[in-house]
Design a protein around this ligand. Structure first.
Ligand code: HEC
Ligand code: HEC
Length: 567
C-alpha cells in the first residue's frame, strides 16, 4: 500500500474511533447514526425521528409494540372488525402503507351520498368474533368503494404543520385560474370539545382527520372494534343492536390505561408521531424534479413545509423543514374520486397524498388501481388516472405529451423518494454491489442524476473519505460487519479497498490479505495441483477468483502471481 493512502487512512482512523463507540449504543437505542463531518444518515422509513430524548425513544418503541400486538376476544376485539392489530394492514414498513384495502358502502341518490349508517355503513367490517355477527354489504347499497392502506410516516411532523400554512395554498374558487382549486377539509378532532375551532384535516384519503390521536381512536374502533376514550360505542353489525348485545361481552371502554397509565390509543399515537420522514436520496434532488414542476405536479404535490415553532412541541418535531410533496388539500379528481361523501369531502374530492416514500409503494392510488409491474409502470398508471376529468387532468395530459427522456427523468426523480442512503442499486439493502459502484465513483465528476450522487452524502460533488464514513454507517445499519480488518493493521478492509487495494473477487476482503485464494486443495501452497484444478474447471464458475462468474484468464493470472508457498 502506498504511503499517501496510508496517510489518508490514518486521518479516517482517528475519525472513526469515536464513531465506533457511537455505534455500540446505537444498536441498542435504534437511533439513526451521526458521524464526524457533520452529516447524519437520514433515517430509513419506519425508523424514529432524529433527536428524540431517551424517554421519547422509549415511547416510540413501546408504541410500536402496541401497534403490532393483536387484540383477542378477551381483550375486546370486535364483535365486528377488519384485523386484530394495526400492523397487519400498515405493514410496509411497520406504520407504513399496505396492500390491504377496506370497503365503504352507501347509497348514491340524485347526486347525494348516504352512508347507510343504520345498516352499519359506511365502513364494512369484514370479520366478526362469531359468525352470526358477521357484517355483509346490505342489498340497499348502490355504491361500494375500496380504500387502500396508506402510511403514517412522519405523522408528528405533518400534524405540526400549522392550519394557516395549509389554508394558504387553498384556492376554492380557482381565483388564479390555473385549473386547480384545492380546499381545506375543516374537521373537528374527536378529542376536541364541540365548541372548539375546526382544524385543517390532513390524514386519510379524504383529509377527513386532523390529528394523530383522532385517527388512532377512529381506527382502533373502526378496524378492530376496540371501544376507547374517543369512541366509546361499538359498531353494531349491520346496525343490528340485538346482534351486538349477543356478541359483545367485554365492557366498554375496552381500551383502558396500562400499568404505566397509557391507553392503547395513546401508545400507538406516540409511535406514529415519532416516525421519521422517509429518506430522499440523492439529497441534492434530481433534474426530474424540474419536469415534475414544469408539468404542474407541484401545484398539488407541494414539496416544502416547515412545522410549527410552538414551544409545546417536542424539539424533534418543532420548526423542522420537511418535504412531504403534498398540499394536504382536497381536490376534485373527476373519475379518480371514490364516490363516497366523507365529512365535508364530496364524492369527487380526494386529498393529495404525500409522495415521500413513493418508491416502495405498491399498489398506488386510493383504490389500488396502479399496482404491480415496475415502478415506472405504477407511476405512469397513477398519473394517467389523474385525467381526463378533474383538477389533475392538465398535468396528466402534460405527462402523456412528454418525451421519453423527460418521462424517464421524472420517474427517476420519483424513485429517489424513499431511497435509502447509499442504496445505489435501489434494492433496499446495502450490498457489495452498492459498494463497488460507490468505490468506482472516486475521482469522477458527476451530476445529480448520476448513481454517484447517491453516495455523495455530504453533497460536495466528489466521493471522498467523508462519504466513506457515511457508507460504513449505512452498511453497518443494514447488518454488514464493517469492523473486519484482515491484516489487523487498524484500517478496516472496506476502507482499504476504498483506498485502492484490489478486491478482484468483490468479497469485501482486500486480495493482498488472502494471497492463498488459489490454494484450492488447502495444502499450504499454490502449486501444479491447483493449476491443474483451475485448468480443469476452465469456463465453469468453480474456480472464479475475480468475481466475473467464470474461471478464466484473470483467475489464472491471480493463481500464477501467488505461485509457491503461502506466507
Ligand atoms: C384493516 C386494515 C387496517 C387496520 C387494521 C388499520 N388500518 Fe389504518 N388505515 C387503513 C386504511 C384502508 C386507511 C385509509 C383510510 C382512509 O383514508 O379512509 C388507513 C389509514 C390510516 C391512517 C391515515 C394514514 C394517512 O396517510 O393519512 C392512520 C393514522 C391509521 N390508518 C392508523 C391506524 C392505526 C393506529 C391502526 C390500529 C389501531 C390502524 N390504522 C389499523 C387500514 C387499516
Ligand atoms: C390537482 C392536484 C394534483 C395534481 C396536479 C397532481 N396530483 Fe398526483 N395525486 C393527487 C391526488 C388527490 C391523488 C390521490 C388520488 C386518489 O388515489 O384518489 C394523487 C395521487 C398521486 C400518486 C399516487 C400516490 C399514492 O400514494 O398512491 C402519484 C404517484 C402522483 N399523484 C403523482 C403525480 C404526478 C407525477 C403529477 C404530475 C404529473 C401529479 N401527481 C399531479 C393530486 C394531484
Amino acid at each position: 500500500m502506498q504511503t499517501s493512502s496510508k496517510m489518508r487512512t490514518n486521518t479516517l482512523k482517528s475519525n472513526l474511533s469515536p464513531l465506533h463507540l457511537g455505534l455500540l449504543s446505537l444498536a441498542v437505542a435504534c437511533a439513526a447514526p451521526a458521524f464526524a463531518g457533520g452529516v447524519t444518515l437520514q433515517p430509513k422509513a419506519g425508523d424514529p425521528l432524529l433527536g428524540l430524548t431517551k424517554v421519547q425513544q422509549g415511547r416510540f418503541a413501546a408504541g410500536r409494540v402496541s401497534y403490532m400486538t393483536p387484540f383477542g376476544n378477551a381483550t375486546g376485539l370486535g364483535p365486528v372488525f377488519n384485523k386484530s392489530n394495526c400492523q397487519s394492514c400498515h405493514s410496509n414498513p411497520v406504520g407504513g402503507w399496505g396492500s390491504i384495502s377496506v370497503t365503504r358502502f352507501g347509497i348514491e341518490d340524485k347526486g347525494e351520498f348516504y352512508p347507510l349508517e343504520s345498516l352499519g355503513g359506511s365502513l364494512l367490517q369484514a370479520f366478526a368474533i362469531s359468525d352470526p355477527c358477521r357484517e355483509t354489504i346490505p342489498e340497499e347499497a348502490t355504491v361500494t368503494s375500496v380504500r387502500v392502506t396508506n402510511s403514517s410516516m412522519a405523522f408528528g411532523l405533518i400534524e405540526a404543520i400549522p392550519d394557516a400554512a395549509i389554508a394558504a395554498n387553498a384556492d376554492p374558487d380557482d381565483s388564479n385560474g390555473d385549473g386547480i382549486s384545492g380546499r381545506v377539509h375543516w374537521v373537528l378532532p374527536l378529542e376536541a370539545s364541540p365548541s372548539s375551532p375546526l382544524r385543517a384535516g390532513r390524514f386519510g384519503w379524504k383529509a377527513q382527520i386532523a390529528t394523530v390521536l383522532s385517527f388512532s381512536g377512529d381506527a382502533t374502533l373502526m378496524e378492530m372494534g376496540i371501544t376507547n376514550a374517543l369512541i366509546g360505542t361499538e359498531n353494531a353489525p349491520n346496525g343490528d343492536a340485538a346482534l351486538l348485545a349477543s356478541c359483545d361481552t367485554v365492557a366498554d371502554p375496552e381500551d383502558t390505561p396500562d400499568a404505566s397509565g397509557f391507553t392503547f390509543i395513546e401508545r400507538v399515537t406516540n409511535f406514529q408521531r415519532y416516525l421519521a420522514q422517509p429518506p430522499q436520496t440523492p439529497r441534492s434532488g434530481m433534474s426530474g424534479e424540474l419536469v415534475f414542476n414544469a408539468i404542474g405536479c407541484n401545484a398539488c404535490h407541494v414539496r416544502d413545509w416547515t412545522t410549527s415553532n410552538s414551544p409545546a412541541l417536542e424539539t424533534a418535531i418543532r420548526n423542522k423543514a420537511i418535504r412531504p410533496y403534498s398540499d394536504f388539500l382536497i381536490h376534485d379528481m373527476g373519475t379518480l374520486g371514490d364516490g363516497v361523501q366523507d365529512g365535508d369531502a364530496n364524492e369527487l374530492e380526494m386529498r393529495t397524498p404525500t409522495l415521500w416514500n413513493l418508491r416502495t409503494r405498491d399498489p398506488m392510488l386510493h383504490n389500488g388501481a396502479a399496482a404491480g409491474g415496475t415502478f415506472a409502470d405504477r407511476v405512469s398508471a397513477a398519473i394517467a388516472a389523474h385525467g381526463p376529468l378533474g383538477e389533475g387532468a392538465a398535468s396528466a395530459a402534460a405527462f402523456a405529451a412528454l418525451s421519453a427522456n423527460d418521462k424517464a427523468k421524472l420517474v427517476a426523480f420519483l424513485d429517489s423518494l424513499g431511497r435509502d442512503e447509499f442504496d445505489i442499486d435501489g434494492d433496499r439493502n446495502i450490498t457489495m454491489d452498492d459498494f463497488t459502484t460507490f468505490v468506482n465513483c472516486q475521482g469522477s465528476t458527476f451530476n445529480a442524476d448520476s448513481p454517484c450522487a447517491i453516495g455523495d452524502i455530504d453533497q460536495n460533488g466528489v466521493i471522498n473519505l467523508a462519504d466513506m464514513q457515511g457508507f460504513l454507517l449505512a452498511a453497518q445499519r443494514d447488518g454488514i460487519d464493517t469492523s473486519l480488518d484482515c491484516d489487523n493493521d487498524g484500517t478496516v478492509d472496506l476502507v482499504e479497498i476504498f483506498n485502492g487495494s484490489p478486491d478482484r473477487n468483490l468479497d469485501g476482503v482486500p486480495d493482498d490479505c488472502a494471497p492463498c485464494v488459489a490454494d484450492f486443495d488447502g495444502d499450504g501452497a499454490v502449486l501444479a495441483s491447483d493449476l491443474a484444478a483451475l485448468l480443469g474447471g476452465w469456463g465453469s464458475p468453480s474456480f472464479d477468483l475475480d468475481g466475473d462468474g467464470i474461471t478464466g484468464a484473470g483467475d489464472l493470472a491471480t493463481l500464477l502471481s501467488s505461485w509457491g508457498a503461502c506466507p
